[in-house]
Design a binder for this molecule. Structure first.
Ligand code: TMP
Length: 193
């Protein structure tokens, strides 16, 4: 089973992923970008936010996704694969970056994923107040430096895209307590195993 943890920066995904890793056996923890050797190099370039062309950026994220699918996901779907981000970030960030067409993004992502979608997407939803508070307390990478309004618009695109896709999903209130969120997520995962 291939599960994506999705949401904008500082929404609490990483904490919840660590908790799922402890609560379940034999979890394969991975991430995009950066889940493969190629991905580690791609991630360095991507987080610098130094590419002038948003198309070049999109294609590098997609190359990371294709390599990640081929190396990590494809042969391990009988295990529990938990990925910190995946193609919903690919669509949400791309739609906030430029006037890419939704259908075009879907086609490109399906190509990268060999037409094999994740089994579940868990999307964390935060609000401006919490985002402001949490972003103020950390050092920002190049993408995060695009600003709070940008991140909220990414979240809006992620949420509306998710509703258009025919993939099981769970929306999580990122402002809820860590324990409550963990309970909701582990119940959902248990129901699918
Ligand atoms: P993170 O792994 O520390 O969250 O950083 C990854 C950054 O890359 C984050 O700002 C979201 C962004 N991103 C995209 O813009 N497009 C994508 O396809 C993915 C997977 C991530």
């Amino acid at each position: 089973m291939y599960i994506l943890f999705e949401g904008i920066d500082t929404c609490g995904k990483s904490t919840q992923i660590e908790m799922i890793d402890k609560a379940f056996e034999d979890v394969i923890l991975t991430k995009e970008p950066g889940g493969t050797n190629f991905g580690i190099k791609a991630r360095e370039i991507l987080l610098e936010d130094s590419l002038a062309s948003k198309r070049a950026e999109l294609l590098l994220f997609l190359a990371d996704r294709a390599e990640h699918y081929h190396q990590i996901v494809k042969n391990n779907k009988h295990k529990l694969i938990v990925s910190d981000r995946g193609f919903l970030s690919g669509i949400g960030y791309a739609l906030a970056n430029d006037d890419f067409e939704f259908e075009h993004l879907i086609a490109l992502n399906k190509f990268a994923l060999e037409d094999d979608y994740p089994n579940l997407i868990i999307l964390f939803i935060t609000n401006m107040e919490t985002l402001k508070e949490r972003m103020g307390a950390k050092e920002l990478d190049g993408i995060e430096q695009r600003g709070l309004d940008y991140l909220i618009s990414v979240q809006t695109h992620m949420q509306s895209s998710l509703k258009k896709l025919n993939i099981p999903y769970l929306l999580v209130d990122a402002t809820d307590s860590i324990e409550n969120i963990h309970t909701v997520i582990s119940q959902k995962i248990k129901s699918l195993l």
